[in-house]
Design a protein. Structure first.
Length: 313
């Protein structure tokens, strides 16, 4: 069987890229919020890592939506799903979450960068000053809403695949949590890489903070993967066949064991533990760890998408 072309294939690689980018956006903005409220305070906007997260979050979600629109049979009719909502459709619910998420995202970014925006405007546009003051007044509410929407977006990437009920591997209750946790992990990695590109200090308190959160996230992701496949195997029937097909020999088996488990999870965990023990972060270590994490999450999205469609209930 060709790993990228088979009879039961419904969704192909653009969907995996969309799911990957949506997860990065949700994860990156969660870390920006955490860094602001637990480490940096009102000066958070000056941090290269917060700036990277704030650039990554909107760019990733816009890019993902662009890929999704281009993949439609009739891409110029995409506006219809923005106007005509069906509350029983997981796609419609996801679009609603994305729209509200973007409003909350840009509102929070305006609060975060209020000082530089005000200095740039220099009181030439009173309307902008009034909007910034209004948003700043409600920042706690906006922050709480943004975090909830970001977590919902991360989980939605899994719910979207779960809607393919004819495939036992995708119709799995663990999948939304697995995609949420892996999305947060990719957001952390993207924030670290982006911060380094913006000349951030690889041994800064932001990097230490992210790495301390990343270690339990990787461990939890390993537990979720174990739970995901053990649940399929003990279910028997086509669920068991789907799991054994995915984990067995062949292209996707190598992707899972070598790409996801070794490169995507084991190496970042080992590097994180080493850097925690040595307490000194070097640019090369941080960059390699983040790159491995990003690659692992991208491979995971493609692995679940393709192998999940190989076995029909």
């Amino acid at each position: 069987m060709n790993p990228f072309h088979f009879d039961s294939l419904v969704w192909h690689w653009p969907i995996a890229i969309y799911l990957f980018l949506a997860g990065i956006s949700a994860g990156a903005i969660c870390f920006a919020v955490l860094l602001k409220h637990f480490k940096l305070g009102q000066n958070a906007y000056k941090s290269s890592f917060v700036q990277a997260a704030c650039l990554l979050a909107p760019l990733a979600v816009f890019s993902g939506l662009g890929i999704l629109v281009l993949d439609l049979t009739k891409p110029f009719d995409f506006w219809k799903i923005l106007v005509f909502y069906n509350p029983t459709s997981i796609m419609s619910v996801g679009v609603a979450v994305l729209m509200i998420y973007q409003v909350a995202l840009f509102s929070w970014l305006a609060c975060l960068f209020k000082e530089p925006i005000s200095n740039w405007c220099d009181h030439r546009w009173p309307l902008i000053d009034r909007i910034l003051s209004l948003l700043d007044k409600h920042e706690p509410t906006i922050t709480g809403l943004l975090v909830m929407l970001a977590l919902s977006l991360g989980a939605y990437t899994g719910f979207l695949l779960s809607a393919l009920t004819t495939f036992p591997m995708l119709n799995n209750p663990v999948l939304p949590m697995l995609f949420l946790v892996s999305g947060i992990s990719s957001g952390a990695a993207g924030t670290l890489l982006g911060g380094l590109l913006l000349k951030g200090n690889p041994d800064s308190k932001e990097v230490h903070f992210i790495h301390h959160i990343e270690i339990p996230i990787i461990l939890f992701e390993l537990v979720l993967l174990f739970t995901f496949f053990i649940g399929l195997i003990i279910s028997g029937g086509q669920s068991q066949a789907a799991a054994l097909t995915a984990l067995g020999e062949g292209f996707w088996g190598w992707i899972f064991w070598a790409g996801i488990i070794v490169i995507g999870l084991t190496l970042p965990l080992a590097f994180n533990l080493f850097m925690t023990a040595s307490s000194k972060r070097k640019l090369s270590y941080v960059a390699i760890t983040a790159s491995c994490s990003l690659l692992g999450v991208l491979l995971l999205r493609n692995f679940i998408l393709y192998t999940g469609q190989m076995t029909v209930a």
